[in-house]
Design a protein. Structure first.
Length: 317
């Protein structure tokens, strides 16, 4: 292979953004499907639906007792009379002090967070950790379909540790769960401006890295020192040792080419070529010697066999 081609293939051949987007979209859909399935199973095991139904029963009791409807929008609330608003607030206050509702409400909220966390965790482990190990080269199903894969920043094949850091620490913990928890806190009115800034900061950091970094990486790639590349043109090394050997060979070729450009130099033989020739000659000698040895053994057996036959024949006479 030409030296220039080798150097180009050795360098990071980053995948195009549209391929990464398509692969990421497919993987997100797969994560959502798996996470939803896991949450349904956990819900059935833990009795989530029965607890939500129990909580709704308590609300229905208050609505029937005080003739109040809690299932109204903000616009509908504004249309209520002052007396109706006052009654609404008083009943809401009673609900917040009802120990039965508080207990069930806390159980439902904690269980929802648990189901969401475990469901997404299982989905991320399957899609971003297990499948890339099975499909090799850090390929998820989406990356496999788009012909792209993962390598370390030095073009060495990604290992299990890299995939773990990338999927669990980067994708699951930082890019999914922190923004998701912030969203849940805001929905339940427990969040504040600092949490919102945290979630926005993570998204902006991802966008900034994607636009400004040389290899268009994201946060999870920065943590794991990985790059998404085009598999069809990327040279991938099995380990660090293979990379070092390639660099040595590349350096030797570069030195040889520079020397060949000098005047009064007729021929250059690199140490690698000399060693290859010596190894070939040595292997050839070994093969010839083995063939001769086998021939001598066969000849010796033949001579010994004939000698025994002649001796037996002579004694009979």
């Amino acid at each position: 292979m030409d030296l220039k081609v080798k150097k180009e293939m050795y360098q990071i051949q980053k995948a195009s953004l549209w391929k990464r987007f398509a692969a990421g979209l497919l993987d997100i859909i797969l994560i959502l499907i798996i996470a939803t399935g896991c949450m349904v199973v956990i819900s059935a095991i833990t009795g989530y639906d029965s607890k939500t139904a129990e909580m709704q029963t308590y609300y229905d009791e208050y609505e029937e007792k005080y003739d109040v409807n809690f299932d109204i929008s903000k616009e509908e609330y504004e249309k209520l009379t002052e007396e109706e608003k006052k009654l609404y607030e008083e009943v809401s206050e009673l609900i917040t002090k009802d120990e039965r509702i508080i207990k069930v409400y806390n159980y439902v909220v904690n269980l929802m967070l648990l189901m969401t966390s475990i469901g997404i965790l299982i989905a991320v482990i399957i899609v971003e950790f297990i499948l890339p190990i099975i499909l090799k080269n850090g390929q998820t199903l989406g990356k496999k379909c788009m012909g792209i894969c993962l390598v370390k920043t030095n073009s060495v094949k990604v290992n299990t540790f890299c995939l773990f850091v990338r999927s669990i620490l980067g994708i699951y913990t930082i890019e999914i769960m922190i923004p998701l928890y912030v969203l849940i806190l805001l929905i339940f009115g427990s969040g504040n401006f600092i949490f919102l800034l945290l979630a926005a900061g993570i998204m902006l950091l991802n966008l900034g890295l994607l636009i400004t970094s040389q290899d268009n990486i994201l946060i999870h790639d920065a943590f794991a020192s990985t790059v998404v590349v085009d598999k069809s043109v990327q040279m991938i090394f099995e380990n660090e040792e293979e990379l070092i050997e390639f660099k040595k060979e590349l350096h030797a070729k570069e030195v040889e080419n520079k020397i060949n450009q000098l005047d009064n130099i007729k021929n250059i033989t690199s140490a690698n070529e000399t060693m290859d020739k010596l190894i070939s000659i040595t292997n050839g000698i070994r093969i010839v010697t083995a063939v001769i040895l086998v021939g001598l053994v066969i000849g010796a057996i033949f001579i010994i066999s004939n000698t025994i036959k002649l001796t037996v024949h002579a004694r009979r006479k």
